[in-house]
Design a protein around this ligand. Structure first.
Ligand code: IPD
Ligand code: CA
Ligand code: CA
Length: 269
């Protein structure tokens, strides 16, 4: 299908633009107290949206910095022009451009491109997931005690976010939990087995559209954190893993939802 090829071309072009800004170290502005945005976010979004519009004029677009239109169209693109802005603004090299396509609400194609490491993650519904054109698969880790996880925390309303409890539960029960600062890369890393699981509250459609398809096409499983089906546009939280871990992780999360931690937090001396 031409959609994926075109999205790959556009992601490569937007990635080169981001890499260029990254070298030059752009200043950041704040959207909210800790919510950053840079000229690079806007320039990348402009490029991606213009290219998608000219290739697919009848398609809708939902883009983080507001450049979209017609989200009810049968085909709708979800665009994160720069996922990992906080990393980017601090010259921490973990960011990407993420472009996903849904048809009638179902993800059909997705691209996550990291221009610093030149890694192009791609997936099409029913055709598998790939990293630089080589097929990728989720990990085969079977026990939570042996897994490496990742999670994230929102830039907005941090004081309303309960994730630190889930983070602690998992940190006590696994090899460790990373915080990469890029949800789309977290999902791409679950897809290729560098991570065994990823979860987060409050992600937006552009954060997860492409990445969730990568995970399912790589043989993994995606649901919300209570085990209900995950919706890119509706869910409040997401759990993506290699499939084997899903039940055990949902059980550990279920305990936290009920207010129970397996290991009590130590008192501060
Ligand atoms: C953010 C990153 C981060 C996640 C935040 C997202 P942005 O996206 O993916 O890892 O924890 O929830 O908002 O703002 O850099 O595009
Ligand atoms: Ca994002
Ligand atoms: Ca972004």
């Amino acid at each position: 299908m031409p959609y994926l090829e075109t999205a790959v071309e556009i992601a490569r072009e937007a990635g080169a633009l981001l890499a260029n800004y990254f070298e030059r170290r752009v200043a950041f502005e704040v959207k909210g107290e800790f919510d950053l945005v840079t000229e690079a976010d806007r320039a990348s979004e402009k490029l991606v949206v213009e290219r998608l519009r000219s290739h697919f004029p009848s398609h809708g677009i939902v883009a983080e910095e507001g450049g979209g239109h017609d989200p009810q169209a049968e085909y709708c693109w979800y665009v994160d022009p720069l996922d990992g802005t906080t990393n980017f603004a601090h010259s921490f090299p973990a960011f990407n451009v993420s472009i996903g396509l849904a048809r009638a609400g179902q993800m059909v194609a997705g691209v996550v491109y990291d221009p610093i490491h030149q890694e192009m993650f791609t997936a099409e519904r029913g055709a598998g997931a790939y990293l630089n054109n080589r097929r990728i698969h989720v990990s085969q880790i079977k026990r939570m005690a042996e897994c490496l996880g990742s999670s994230g925390f929102p830039a907005r309303k941090r004081d309303h976010n309960v994730n630190i409890h889930f983070y602690y539960q998992m940190a006590m029960a696994s090899h460790g939990v990373r915080r990469t600062g890029s949800a789309a890369l977290d999902l791409a890393f679950v897809a290729c087995g560098r991570l065994d699981l990823f979860w987060e509250f409050g992600l937006k459609p552009w954060d997860v559209a492409a990445g969730t398809l990568l995970v399912t096409e790589a043989g993994g499983r995606v649901s919300d954190m209570r085990g209900a089906p995950h919706s890119v546009t509706q869910s409040d939280h997401l759990l993506a893993d290699n499939g084997s871990l899903h039940g055990e992780v949902l059980e550990a999360f279920g305990e936290v939802f009920q207010g129970r931690l397996r290991v009590p937090l130590p008192p501060v001396p």
